[in-house]
Write a new protein. Structure first.
Length: 412
């Protein structure tokens, strides 16, 4: 590992080098690229002195190749009845594709109006990973699900090294439904940057499942920002494993309340890997609901971080919000940092949060072994059972991308 990015001069030098290697801004996102690059030059690289970044060691970035990622084919079986699009950050994923009924591409005017709107609404338009994506992304998948239509999509991406920026904009009209399964794979040293914006009109339903498998010399940054109008439903689930550094930030705002949000997260770390989740939910009206469960499995010297912020202002009366962080430690050297966080001003609410950290239970292992199951297999079954609550929330294609062997972690 190269020297840490802790020193300001090192951070500035790394960022300056990365910015200098970016191609000239061009295409439909040229203005966005220019704004992102200017913002990065002004912000610099976050340091551990910032509360949001004090547990996120960015030293891995200094060792990563800075060139654009080479396109690669994901390791997936042939697609089924669901339309599968490959996002490689360089080519148009819709070239030569006929979209199913109910799905259509946003116009250039709609793209210009919508891009960045939900990021601003969820107060993350200036977050460093977002600016990093905006500085480098040249392609955007911008789709509308028409009113009362129902659609399903698979989005797959594979990185063979380098920088892979992915940008998605979704607009769901009234009573529209979208099941979105997304797979990201990293097969070499590199950085994958994902930014998704989704606007849900009244009674719209979005179910998004992200499965991200990396390796110890690769990093992942993902921001998923969602605006919900009344009676809409958003279910966001993610599973991340294998990344040297992974930071996931789901952010939701119920613009007038009366919506339902479900968040499920699972991060698995081993070796010296770091996984960091910062979620944010804002209730801006009454009778909103949140059901959030975040789980982590940490082995070796892996480190898992969770910070879940829920904001319930005075206008959000009769909010019903539950947030739970559950964590499994498989090693004495692994570390869990968890901080569920509720900020409540309204006085007529049902809000609860909690956090637990435990290890595999000896009595449960003994029970399985007494039934003739080997010690290693018994531990694997218990780990899989711990993960199952999150896996069940994934759309079916995404669930099939999570075989048992992908979720195994050594306890040493």
């Amino acid at each position: 590992m190269t020297a840490s990015l802790s020193a300001p001069t090192q951070r500035a030098a790394w960022l300056e080098q990365w910015l200098s290697q970016l191609p000239a801004a061009s295409g439909a996102l040229a203005a966005v690229q220019q704004r992102g690059r200017a913002a990065l030059a002004q912000q610099g690289v976050p340091s551990s002195r910032s509360e949001d970044w004090r547990f996120t060691d960015l030293s891995l970035l200094q060792a990563l190749p800075l060139a654009a990622a080479q396109p690669a084919q994901p390791t997936l079986a042939a697609g089924g009845s669901v339309l599968r699009l490959q996002l490689d950050g360089q080519s148009d994923p819709l070239a030569g594709v006929t979209l199913p009924a109910g799905l259509e591409v946003l116009s250039e005017a709609e793209l210009a109006q919508g891009l960045g709107h939900t990021l601003a609404a969820t107060a993350c338009q200036q977050h460093w990973p977002v600016e990093l994506n905006q500085a480098s992304a040249t392609q955007v998948l911008a789709l509308r699900v028409k009113s009362r239509a129902s659609a399903a999509l698979e989005l797959v991406s594979a990185s063979s090294g380098g920088m892979l920026p992915l940008r998605i904009l979704l607009v769901l009209e009234e009573k529209a439904q979208l099941d979105l399964s997304q797979l990201i794979e990293a097969r070499a040293a590199g950085l994958v940057s994902l930014v998704i914006e989704a606007h849900l009109a009244r009674s719209a339903q979005l179910r998004h499942g992200l499965v991200a498998f990396g390796q110890s010399d690769a990093a992942l940054f993902s921001h998923i920002a969602v605006e919900q109008e009344p009676e809409s439903q958003a279910a966001l689930s993610n599973v991340a494993a294998g990344w040297g550094l992974a930071r996931h930030e789901p952010r939701l705002v119920q613009v007038q309340g009366q919506a339902h949000s479900l968040l499920r997260g699972l991060q698995l770390v081993g070796g010296q890997q770091i996984a960091d989740t910062h979620s944010f939910v804002q209730f801006s009206g009454p009778e909103g609901e949140l059901d959030q469960v975040h789980k982590a499995v940490a082995a070796g010297q892996g480190r898992s971080v969770f910070n879940g912020a829920v904001r319930v202002p005075r206008e959000a009366q009769q909010t019903n919000a539950a947030q739970l962080s559950r964590n499994l430690l498989l090693s004495d050297r692994a570390r869990i940092d968890t901080k569920p966080e509720l900020e409540i001003v309204a006085d007529d609410v049902k809000c609860a949060h909690g956090a637990t950290v435990s290890s595999l239970q000896t009595d449960e292992l003994f029970y399985l072994q007494s039934r003739g199951i080997g010690a290693e297999q018994a531990a694997g079954l218990l780990k899989r059972a711990f993960c199952e609550e999150v896996l069940r929330a994934l759309p079916e294609p995404a669930r099939q991308w999570c075989p048992l062997d992908q979720l195994e972690l050594e306890s040493a």
